[in-house]
Design a protein around this ligand. Sequence first.
Ligand code: NAD
Ligand code: USQ
Length: 397
Amino acid sequence: MKVLVIGGDGFCGWPTALHLSDQGHDVIIVDNLSRRKIDVELGVDSLTPIAPIETRLAVWKEVSGKTIGFEYLDVALEYQRFLDLLLSERPDAIVHFGEQRAAPYSMRTPAAKRFTVDNNVSGTHNVLCAIVESGQDIPLVHLGTMGVYGYGWSGSAPIPEGYLTVKVPTPDGDIDREILHPANPGSVYHMTKTLDQLLFAFYAKNDALRITDLHQGIVWGTQTPQTERDERLINRFDYDGDYGTVLNRFLMQAAIGHPLTVHGTGGQTRAFIHVRDTVRCIEIALSNPPKRGEQVSVFNQVTETYRVRELAELISKITGVEIANLPNPRKEAAENDLNVTRDRFVALGLNPTTLSEGLLSEVRDIANRFKDRADTTKIIARSVWNKGMETSPDLVK
Ligand code: NAD
Ligand code: USQ
């Protein structure tokens, strides 16, 4: 199958592009390299030394004999070029990772809020509009987030895969209706994913587009069997206060002896998935698109849930690094339960990778190997959700 991977230079997109290429698919990456440019803007860099995209692709050709194409293109700003690409390449499917994905970055400044909305919502809409204008039947797989459901809205009731059956009171008695699960975003970034959901519902209904929306949890880990094949294929590892996600951050902090940066009590429960499972889930989703005229197919792409403090305690126990309870820079529930339905991927053959000491130490080894590249002044999260919220002092001088 010929697959366009939008955002294929990023943390999830790069290993996915390699995995799909390894499976024999013809892959073309579409990326505007905005993630690399944001690193420059923030004065940070991936902990792992990621090679330029041209080098990555040349090395993949060297080690696998396979060619991955690359189109330097902004899907939010270059509609006509994207449409022309669909018309010339005629892909069998599109995977869409190409959005600004950090919640803290999206709350950082008015400019970052506006960029996140413009980039994510326009980009997604351009992709949908171009598929329709191309006149081709191209299934779309989009990376959404568990955060569209919000945390704690329905107490301990299991979060369904996208849709909720509700009772609508009418004068003739209650009727059952299936609705998109109510959206309850916790950041401007998460809000863009809830807006994406409405775009998908409309285009599935109006143009019979075949759309799969993957509500993914927090991705952890770094390497996949393909990125391990050569040092120059290494995946990115974000550890800074805006882009680093909690489990990888804790593992990196443990590697350099930095106190583990738990926000508040650490009672926040979140869903997690290892990057190796991310790439398998994308492959499964590509093989199982909805039929034309069906509603958007939603999967919860998560394998397990943990409280932030449970992760900190586990890593502290293994490594001896202390835990710091810092003022929470985010506006979020201090404690929440999270019970996620995640049957669809398992039914389609996913064998979930669960957190183990072996996998944790693999990430810690990578962090150890590259710890000299760490800028400890970039670790503390400084993007606050509201004016007047506290940030924490640097813990390592
Ligand atoms: P990332 O920032 O590492 O990668 C995103 C890629 O998209 C980057 O290479 C960036 O340059 C590109 N991009 C952004 N805007 C673009 C545009 N307008 N045109 C072309 N390319 C563009 O992010 P990631 O961690 O790989 O996440 C990928 C997707 O998965 C995102 O949509 C994110 O919301 C979702 N997701 C990520 C996680 C996670 O923990 N990393 C969890 C759940 C969902
Ligand atoms: N947290 C800490 N300490 C840290 C970092 C984070 O306590 O050093 C806490 C946060 O306050 C939050 C939780 O850990 O309660 C998760 O934060 P995160 O940065 O790991 O994840 P989040 O902001 O939710 O975003 C990440 C990805 C995003 C994706 C989302 C999936 O960046 O692209 O959509 O995970 S989910 O959380 O399931 O919505």
